[in-house]
Design a protein. Sequence first.
Length: 364
Amino acid sequence: MAGNSFGQLFRITTFGESHGGVVGCVVDGCPPGIEITEEEIQKEMDRRKPGQSRITTPRKESDKIKILSGHFEGKTTGTPILLIAYNADTKPEDYFELKDAYRPSHADFTYEAKYGFRDWRGSGRASARETLARVAAGAIAQKYLKVKLGIEILSYVDQVGGIKASVNIQEVTPLLIEANIIRCPDETAAKKMIALVDKVKAEGDSIGGVIRGIIRNVPPGLGEPVFDKVSADLGKAMLSINAVKGFEIGSGFEGAELRGSRHNDPIYADENGNVRTRTNNAGGTVGGISNGETIHFRVAFKPVSTIGKEQDTVNRKKQTVKLSAAGRHDPCVLPRAVPIVDAMSALVIMDHYLRHRAQNGHGP
């Protein structure tokens, strides 16, 4: 099946379904000698796993990651790495009555249109449960980038519904992000966001929002011209995440309202002779290539499709039917999506670093 792999030199292929036996991935092209443990990967897995707070799905999964190949004496060997996590709290019977109906805003109809049939157990391959494999692979990439290049990758909830955070991206830390269950470093906004999610959940509804991604200390020179710009690959990476409907980098859509004289980032040389910019409307990339400034972007997530309210749809016979929610779901996907955005950022930067090194014979 095409479309299950991501990356060129640092390449992952994911597999598994929401209510199948296992979810995992193969990581190919990983450099040897990276010191990584299952416990380190598990820290990222725990940030994504279900059932972690009252504003996430009640499904209980430990998501214990296992490294089955490509790893010896605590280090990567340079050969393919197999990462898996077994599904435990599966309840496919919750979806049996819905197997012939197309749930609004789910991939039921589109998967059936493509393949002729579908796995109706909790969306099957279309389920966001697949993203646990990305988080596991991303943890390896994050470790390499941090140790080798000093690159720091962070994401946080910037907006829930109409509630927006006020955050200086240069001052965000992992501690601030993890200080509350919504993963917003603005404590005042976080309280309002949590209250809104609680309200929406009580009403049997769901709500969307925005995550901001930050990638610090990226050296200038990463990215390829034209089609494989680092900004374009970040866009593809984020838009491949379940429920994502929008992506903007730097000034994004607000930049369309500005004149060039205001939008252009003035250039200077710092005390160490490094070329820098005084502003960062470009978002850390120019011409699709990193310029050494912090890469920052925003990712828009739609409301979760499964809700507790009755909805109109049709079944396979094209008969109009009423649907009510079944299964377990998040009223707001954002808190658990933060580590997914981190992971996809790491996969993109890792791949581009290896591509740059392969083409130029050295790192930037």
